[in-house]
Design a protein around this ligand. Structure first.
Ligand SMILES: Cc1ncc(COP(=O)(O)O)c(C=O)c1O
Length: 463
């Protein structure tokens, strides 16, 4: 029996190459924190013990992918790896046109251009990821989120907290009249990696078709979403993750994908779609900023690694292992009553920092204080998704704080073992027991936009 009464099967792989990680002392970490202005984006990665900042671009590749790297055909145009990449993506998505991009945000930028987004247009999502929103807003269009209300209740259990409120979607289409693009993010990263059901995807498809609005999936974590559907939507239990993924894509007109997540690679992305006219517009535009349409800012070897990663990510034993890792972490924290967003997401555990640190008001950034403490005491790096990342300061100096104050522990794919997870559980639980010792933070430098990357802080010392 394991420590936390939770069966965790061994991973469906063994280790061939290792990367050392360094233990540091609390004294050293305090010094580095001070030098970094208490901003963990300024701390050297080699001084992080367990890095849970993101699951993006942090995956470990397989020997099959590394072998593919050696098979890179670096011809400028029509390299052989593109055809493998195109074939595999066509097979998974069912879309005819496949366009590589150097990462997800360039796919977003190209889509905004191809659909002529401007200040007269509205786009709607369950929840836009922040770079998607930024690309849309730079184009002048509005980006509206209509994730279901259950998503905002951290302790509420719901199978598909990533679903969009289809009534709100329909009302907006009827009342505003200029909805030009619908994008469903699967799974919903901004909402803790919560999945979207096939029933919800199908309903959105119907609404989009009826109103003649293009409908895309932001499918960075499509395989994790497919696995949740298999586990939670009874009628699809008998299908393989690949068959479910294909169904998901079949309801949309296309997808934008950051391959840095379920592509199991460190860089890359793509767009896939059926509309020839939109495909032409994208390929004309991309040649001036992203590269020729058969490489899209990537090397031939990168295309090969993505193609191979996309086949591996859909293997059921991999997805089962991935899901179990997250569940194991969740069970360990739950046992000690650490408050976090329920149910466990596909790629992260999002700690509810408001409940974890009720003695710290949002004006003193409890989420940020929690990430600082996680690093100072245990060498763990996590991401704040709270008042620093999403709070807005008005012209009169008043702050508008987000509803949720979260700290995300994102789990890189195929990187950390059960022992690492045990360390994370023990650390978070220990911190929770000593939570009253954690104090709030004060901002000493605020860049205004994208604050979390460059802001500087000092801890508020208790009187
Ligand atoms: C849902 C989602 N869409 C888009 C992106 C942007 O992808 P990239 O970082 O490859 O530009 C991300 C990145 O985290 C994401 O999670």
């Amino acid at each position: 029996m394991s420590d936390f009464n939770q069966k965790l099967n061994p991973p469906p792989f063994k280790i061939k190459v290792i990367e050392p990680i360094k233990k540091t002392t609390r004294g050293e970490r305090r010094k580095w924190l001070e030098e970094a202005g208490y901003n963990f984006f300024n701390i050297a990665a080699e001084n992080i013990y367990i890095d849970l900042l993101t699951d993006s671009g942090t995956s470990a590749m397989s020997d099959y992918q590394w072998a593919g790297i050696m098979m890179g055909d670096e011809s400028y145009a029509q390299c052989k790896n593109f055809f493998n990449f195109q074939g595999i993506i066509r097979d998974i998505t069912g879309y005819k046109y496949v366009i590589p991009t150097h990462q997800g945000r360039s796919a977003e930028n190209l889509i905004c251009y191809a659909f002529d987004l401007d200040h007269t247009k509205i786009t709607v999502s369950n929840q836009f990821f922040d770079t998607t929103r930024a690309n849309i807003e730079i184009s002048g269009a509005r980006a509206l989120d209509f994730v279901i209300q259950e998503a905002y209740k951290p302790s509420l259990i719901h199978d598909f907290k990533g679903n969009i409120d289809t009534m709100a979607l329909e009302n907006t289409i009827q009342n505003e009249g200029n909805v030009s693009l619908i994008i469903l993010t699967v799974t919903n990263n901004a909402g803790g990696g919560q999945p979207v059901s096939l029933a919800n995807i199908a309903e959105v498809s119907k609404i989009a078709k009826k109103n003649n609005i293009p409908f895309f999936l932001d499918a960075a974590r499509f395989a994790e979403n497919a696995y949740f559907i298999k586990l939670r939507e009874k009628e699809y239990q008998h299908l393989s993750p690949k068959e479910i993924a294909k169904k998901m894509f079949s309801y949309a007109n296309g997808c934008i994908v950051s391959a840095k997540k379920d592509g199991l690679v460190n860089i890359g992305g793509f767009i896939a779609l059926n509309d020839e006219q939109i495909y032409r517009r994208i390929t004309e535009r991309m040649t001036v900023m992203e590269g020729f349409p058969t490489y899209g800012g990537l090397a031939g070897r990168d295309l090969e690694a993505i193609a191979r990663g996309l086949t591996e990510v859909l293997q059921e034993d991999y997805l089962e292992y991935r899901h179990q890792q997250l569940e194991y972490l969740g069970k360990g924290l739950e046992k000690a009553e650490v408050p976090f967003l329920k149910p466990v997401g596909g790629h992260s555990i999002n700690i509810d920092a408001k409940s974890f640190l009720p003695h710290i008001p949002q004006s003193q950034f409890p989420g940020w204080a929690l990430t600082v403490a996680l690093y100072e005491y245990y060498g763990i790096r996590a991401a704040e998704l709270g008042s620093v990342a999403f709070g807005r300061q008005q012209e009169d100096g008043k702050w508008i704080f987000p509803e949720l104050e979260q700290v995300r522990l994102a789990i890189p794919r195929r990187v950390y073992s059960q022992e690492h997870l045990n360390y994370v559980i023990d650390s978070v639980v220990d911190l929770y027991k000593n939570r009253t010792k954690i104090t709030g933070m004060k901002i000493t430098y605020d860049p205004g936009v994208l604050r979390h990357f460059t802001a500087r802080f000092i801890p508020i010392v208790k009187e």
